[in-house]
Design a protein around this ligand. Structure first.
Ligand code: SPV
Ligand code: MG
Length: 669
């Protein structure tokens, strides 16, 4: 994209204001001239090449452009006959520099808002700015529009016409047609007319569409009255408040470009998503909120930075009432669409405006994000994240994973509800589900080497923290090695239960023979584990089986305090009753004496309580321990039956996930 700015004209209607320099150098307030403002906006919009035709005060203009120090590459082309010809001839003089690329064509005396420039630049088709709300001007350009397309442009048309301004974005295929016509005109001596006369001859082959900018600022300055009107409008515009929200923790050139564009629209407030909001929708932030805030506060054009607590903009919009909200156009589809709809509805209430810029899908930016995700999956980064998430959110949730694919489901499943995104914080590698997946009973039969293999499979394709079901932890002499291995792998927490001998799944309760370990033995195991661990991050959670084995509340509490005293980083209390009463009682009594040690729950049986209530009661980790296994295997059984019953696979197809969905679930590296 190249900009062509026409600056050869005399500007004699401006009187003394243009006595010593071209019209484009006229001051319009805020320290800007018409030209410096145009060029600044072009830079902000990412344009780097400018072809400028000159004439009157040629050298003054060239020196002025250089003095602005903007990151632009200029090609100046002088029209030696500027006094006798019109800009059609200036374009002709510059023709060698105008080939092979889309072009943004504008007159040097045009003042427009950043919004107008953005709309033109992002148009997928060739376009010319028009206004359906402005009155038809007596002497200036009007465009005859049919079916959205510009048929003719000139000062003489009044029927089916709209006020038009000479700001065009032209795709190369359209510009080529118009440029050829300009050349034909000039070579046959027609050099005193408008370039638009040449357009009118070929408009059937040159598909330029009307871009209706309505009341947005887009005006040529021909007289002192025009200048005053535009200067006032600019002042008004500069007072506009603009809001943009940033969720990112990796700031790159693409973000800076958007910030630049947003700042060009008015006084810019940047919202920074809180850590928990980022973690809920994207991934755990690599850089914490305070630092992300400080980073943005130090970027030019950013007036202030505020915290946006939720993905929904409602709180911020209600408080700030920004005139303009800016966002990338990527949220028109997908899970962010409801957020966009909400923003539009809120802005409509008070006449605010949404401005969307094209989302940068630059490969290198995607690469940065990929690298950040990769870092999160490394053992040192992953291990400590559970503790941080508990501290940040108060209460986290985890779902079981027993393979790479269930790990991916735990990692990627996202739900958007009322402007909030929900996803799981962590994964639970359950002994029940790991054993079941291998067709074995949950009796510590699947050995640690095999269990570690499962962890490896999950870790390879995910980034979320892992809580490992360590069963009884085995013999203390073995447990210390398990702790070190898990820690080295990047697991965040191991949960061991205070049972001994042949372990059976707790959900059998007293239906099978199960023996609880002595407090002394189990406390010694915890102490040994804590002593063996190398990092501060790794957590050992003591799981109390007293309620499962009907040993009573007192026994459960005595054990809980003994285990925390032995060094347990968290307590898990389990129950197989449907009624959550005994769990609630335990939490209340434990919290009476211990306000901080995290409490872990596995509400498989007592599943009626919502997470928010558990959090309010004082629980910190909620584990959905086996739901993927309990839904996955019956679905497979059903598919197998359907095939046997029908003697073919067609009937089974209705219950099958489309292959395409499987492919998108599993990313290719
Ligand atoms: C598991 O998921 O393996 C557990 C939880 O240990 S429970 O099955 O409820 O005992
Ligand atoms: Mg288990």
């Amino acid at each position: 994209m190249r900009a062509l700015i026409l600056n050869s004209g005399l500007g004699h209607r401006m009187g003394a204001l243009t006595a010593e320099h071209p019209k484009c150098m006229t001051e319009i307030g805020g320290g800007d001239t018409i030209l410096s403002r145009q060029l600044r906006l072009l830079v902000a919009a990412g344009v780097t090449d400018v072809v400028m035709t000159t004439g009157y005060y040629d050298k003054v203009l060239v020196d002025y452009c250089q003095s602005l120090g903007l990151p632009l590459t200029y090609t100046f082309v002088n029209n030696p006959e500027y006094a006798e010809t019109n800009y059609i001839y200036s374009i002709y003089c510059a023709r060698e520099h105008l080939g092979g690329d889309d072009i943004l064509l504008l007159h040097g005396d045009l003042v427009f808002g950043a919004y107008v420039l953005n709309a033109a630049l992002t148009s997928k088709r060739s376009c010319m700015t028009v206004s359906s709300t402005a009155p038809l001007p007596e002497k200036d350009f009007k465009a005859v529009v049919h079916g959205g397309r510009i048929e003719k442009v000139g000062i003489e048309f009044f029927d089916s016409a709209m006020a038009a301004q000479p700001l065009y974005k032209l795709l190369w295929e359209d510009w080529q047609v118009w440029l050829e016509s300009i050349c034909t005109f000039c070579e046959s001596g027609k050099r005193g007319c408008y370039a638009e006369n040449a357009f009118n001859e070929v408009s059937d082959r040159c598909a330029v569409y009307a871009l209706d900018v309505k009341d947005a600022l887009c005006a040529e300055i021909d007289t002192k009255e025009d200048l005053e009107m535009v200067s006032n409008k600019l002042k008004e515009q500069e007072e506009k408040t603009v809001y943009i929200c940033f969720s990112t923790d990796i700031l790159h050139g693409g973000h800076l470009a958007v910030l630049n564009k947003a700042a060009a629209l008015g006084r810019l407030t940047v919202g920074v998503l809180s850590d928990s909001a980022v973690a809920s929708y994207k991934r755990y932030p690599l850089i914490p909120f305070e630092e992300r805030k400080a980073l943005l506060e130090n970027i030019r054009g950013v007036e202030r930075v505020v915290c946006q607590e939720t993905l929904s903009y409602k709180g911020v919009i209600d408080e700030l009432h920004p005139d303009i909200v800016v966002h990338g156009d990527d949220w028109r589809e997908g899970f962010q669409k409801p957020l966009r709809d909400e923003v539009i509805a809120l802005l409509t209430e008070y006449g605010g405006q949404l401005v969307e810029f094209p989302y940068s899908s630059d490969e290198k930016y995607r690469e940065y994000e990929k690298r950040a995700r990769m870092e999160l999956s490394l053992p040192d980064m992953r291990r400590g994240r559970l503790k941080k998430l508990i501290a940040m959110k108060g209460c986290v949730n985890a779902i079981e994973a027993h393979s790479g694919i269930t790990g991916l489901i735990a990692e990627k499943t996202t739900v958007l509800q009322e402007g909030k995104t929900y996803q799981f914080d962590a994964m639970w590698v359950s002994s029940l589900c790991d054993s079941t997946a291998k067709g074995k009973p949950d009796i510590e039969l699947v050995d640690m080497t095999s269990r570690f293999r499962t962890i490896d499979d999950i870790m390879e394709v995910t980034t979320k923290p892992i809580i490992f079901d360590g069963d009884t932890g085995g013999m203390t002499e073995h447990f210390v090695y398990t702790v070190r291995s898990l820690e080295r792998m990047g697991v965040s927490m191991v949960i061991i239960e205070d049972k001994t001998g042949l372990k059976k799944n707790s959900l059998f309760g007293t239906e099978v023979k199960q023996t609880q370990d002595s407090i002394e033995n189990f406390a010694a195991k915890i102490r040994a584990g804590k002593k063996a661990q190398k990092t501060q991050d790794f957590m050992i959670c003591a799981r109390i089986e007293s309620l499962i084995l009907e040993q009573g509340m007192e026994d459960a509490l005595t054990r809980a305090f003994a285990y925390t005293k032995a060094g347990a980083d968290a307590i898990m209390i389990h129950s197989r009753k449907k009624d959550p009463a005994e769990i609630k009682e335990f939490i209340a009594k434990f919290r009476d004496k211990d306000k901080t040690t995290p409490i872990v729950l596995v509400p498989t049986s007592f599943n009626t309580v919502y997470e928010e209530e558990w959090k309010a009661l004082g629980a910190n980790v909620i584990i959905y321990a086996n739901q993927l296994t309990r839904t996955g295997f019956p679905a497979m059984q059903n598919a197998a039956k359907l095939i046997l019953e029908n003697h073919r696979a067609k009937e089974c197809d209705d219950v099958c996930m489309p292959i395409k969905d499987i492919i998108t679930l599993i990313p290719e590296e």
